[in-house]
Design a protein around this ligand. Sequence first.
Ligand SMILES: C[S@@+](CC[C@H](N)C(=O)[O-])C[C@H]1O[C@@H](n2cnc3c(N)ncnc32)[C@H](O)[C@@H]1O
Length: 272
Amino acid sequence: MSANPFLDPGRVRGDLYRSADRLAHRTRALHEAKISGCDVADTIADLLAARLPAGATVLDVGCGRGSTTLHLAARLRPRQLIAVDASRSLLGTVLTRLGRAGDNASAVCADFHRLPLPIGAADAAIAAFCLYHSAQPAVAVAEIARCLRPGATAVLVTKSLDSYRELDQLVQATGLDPYATERPSLYQSFHSGNLYDIAADGGLTVLDVIHDEHSFRFADALHLARYLATTPKYQIHLSGGIAGVAEALRQRLPAPPYTTRSTVSYAVAVRP
Ligand SMILES: C[S@@+](CC[C@H](N)C(=O)[O-])C[C@H]1O[C@@H](n2cnc3c(N)ncnc32)[C@H](O)[C@@H]1O
């Protein structure tokens, strides 16, 4: 059985995040399929809004393409917004997407286990859907905590181990990946069930953990293929990319729609 691709540094630096395209495909396919569950960026902004002083410096760690970063810039209007990611190319995408809203933003290309920022530099930090790329997420949390001033807030976000399990069953049933249900969860190192303990092990005082159920409905085979061909979870050996996967799904699955679910979990914590 293969190892978890989310914990493979070569994959994380390579095909997963070297360019914004694959991440954009995956997140757009999921976003279009979503039929219930709170908007993640909105929820993060809500959780931080009441806790942020005026003129705050905010870190968005593992910012990806900046979906959360853009929202934080618009909703919280921090004095300084520092977007951190290991992918230089994704940081470029964030700055482009921020446009004029990025006048007070800076992009820092760094590993979240070793942030090139001074002790106590920030009033708040967000780490959304990125700490599951660490085999030692408590080390990354401790590093984020080091960059917060005492009393500052961190919002850490991840998903449940059983997220999208229905898709594992469906992919296995089609024969596209006969081992789909046996592959490790992409979120195995940092998930809804260990979020509290890892935040506490990293030296934060956890105030609250919130779980929010999301459900998804993929309208047709092409829509589902856009997600399946861009998630690294499965090993699908088919030519033709997304179109090839869509054609195989049309032949092997009952009529759409195809549904699945996920739990998104938020820890709200402070640096003591
Ligand atoms: C799924 S994306 C994050 C999405 C983003 N936070 C959001 O909410 O839209 C995961 C990001 O974590 C980054 N990442 C993975 N390992 C990292 C590390 N060791 N240090 C910094 N960033 C890392 C990847 O480059 C990628 O951009």
